[in-house]
Design a binder for this molecule. Structure first.
Ligand code: KG4
Ligand code: ZN
Length: 337
């Protein structure tokens, strides 16, 4: 079975085809980084217009040039969570294609797709596991019991981890998207030259708060004359703080559930220091394993949407003509479409 996956939840336009036997056949992705850089971030109206242009090009390329038009068996698309104007573009394309080609269609949850994205290349990952979902909009600890059954253990009360990376990167004068650029700068930073707080680490809940880190960075940056080494030292201290906070809470979640498997997913899971420290923690404290996707599948992409479409199709096939989007769709309610 070949599944066409369509992703337009934010600013990345992703269209992929995943085959149940052969794996990923097509993985097309276009970003809007240049535009976002000019505007200093994502402008929803501009993002949705760009999705429209890019989606036409990508569908044409895949259907006409690569001759996949009559080879698709199922369409899946991101119905939420995300920016409503961006989601509507993907949903409209997906539903129109399904209607004209007479294909079944499955709306899927973007966060569930991130969570399961490491399975694209590693089929040995088994439930149950703790999921640390770290993206530009979400920071969540998930108890993943089985496909479709997810328990929210912890959540960010304000900024997401990726958002904190992006905002602090901007304060440091780095280009959009800030996360990877800040992390690159941090590699050249010296430890313990600056110190960032670790909010909520002793709080009984598994919730997070990251907005104070950005404020702390603003104070340091505005009150000092900084050379490039100072900036690298700030980036180092900031990254260390975010990763410490994420892993302290993740450790508590693993202890609470008494599970030994950890999946880290979402854009921030591309961060190499987070991966390395998570590996050390899982080995030393749990004698367990940590899984993450290839960096190209950590940030938004169509492959994870096509793959989730395939998994969901085994459970239930949904045929619909309604253009459905759910901008606030929680991962705990993925079965309620
Ligand atoms: O999952 P994603 O593509 O989009 C959302 O669904 O939100 O995540 C994007 C986020 C951005 O905030 C970006 O700065 C961050 O992931 N990110 C990183 C790294 N690569 C991407 N943050 C830290 N280190 C990285 N290497
Ligand atoms: Zn995402």
């Amino acid at each position: 079975m070949k599944v066409l996956g369509i992703e337009t939840s934010c600013d990345d336009t992703g269209v992929s085809i995943y085959d149940s036997k052969e794996g990923l056949l097509i993985n097309e992705l276009k970003n809007q980084n240049k535009l976002n850089f000019n505007f200093g971030g994502i402008v929803p109206e501009i993002a949705s217009r760009e999705h429209m242009k890019k989606m036409v090009d990508l569908i044409e390329k895949i259907f006409i040039k690569k001759k996949f038009m009559n080879k698709i068996d199922l369409i899946s698309y991101t119905a939420g969570p995300g920016l409503v104007s961006s989601l509507l573009v993907g949903a409209t394309f997906a539903c129109s294609l399904a209607l004209s080609l007479n294909l079944p269609i499955i709306p899927v949850n973007h966060m569930e797709a991130h969570l399961l994205s490491p399975m694209l290349e590693n089929k040995s990952i088994k439930f149950p596991f703790i999921g640390l979902l770290v993206s530009g909009k979400h920071t969540q600890l998930i108890g993943a019991h089985k496909l479709g059954k997810y328990e929210l253990l912890g959540n960010s009360l304000d900024d997401a981890a990726g958002e904190a990376f992006d905002k602090t990167a901007k304060l440091l004068g780095l280009k959009y998207p800030g996360g990877p650029n800040l992390s690159r700068l941090a590699c050249r930073g010296l430890r313990n030259k600056f110190h960032f707080p670790r909010p909520m680490i002793n709080h009984a809940s598994l919730n997070f708060s990251f907005s104070g880190l950005k404020t702390h960075a603003a104070k340091i940056i505005n009150n000092n004359f900084l050379n490039i080494q100072d900036k690298a030292n700030i980036a180092r201290a900031f990254e260390d703080a975010v990763i410490d906070i994420l892993l302290i809470k993740t450790k508590k979640a693993l202890q609470k559930k008494k599970w030994k498997r950890l999946v880290i997913a979402g854009g921030v899971s591309a961060n190499m220091v987070l991966r390395k420290n998570a590996e050390i923690m899982m080995k030393n404290f749990f004698n367990g394993e940590v899984f993450y996707a290839h960096p190209k599948f950590c940030t938004d992409n169509g492959a994870m949407i096509a793959y989730l479409g395939l998994l969901r199709n085994k459970e239930s096939k949904i045929c619909q003509s309604e253009i459905l989007v759910k901008p606030n769709w929680s991962i705990t309610k993925v079965s309620q479409i």
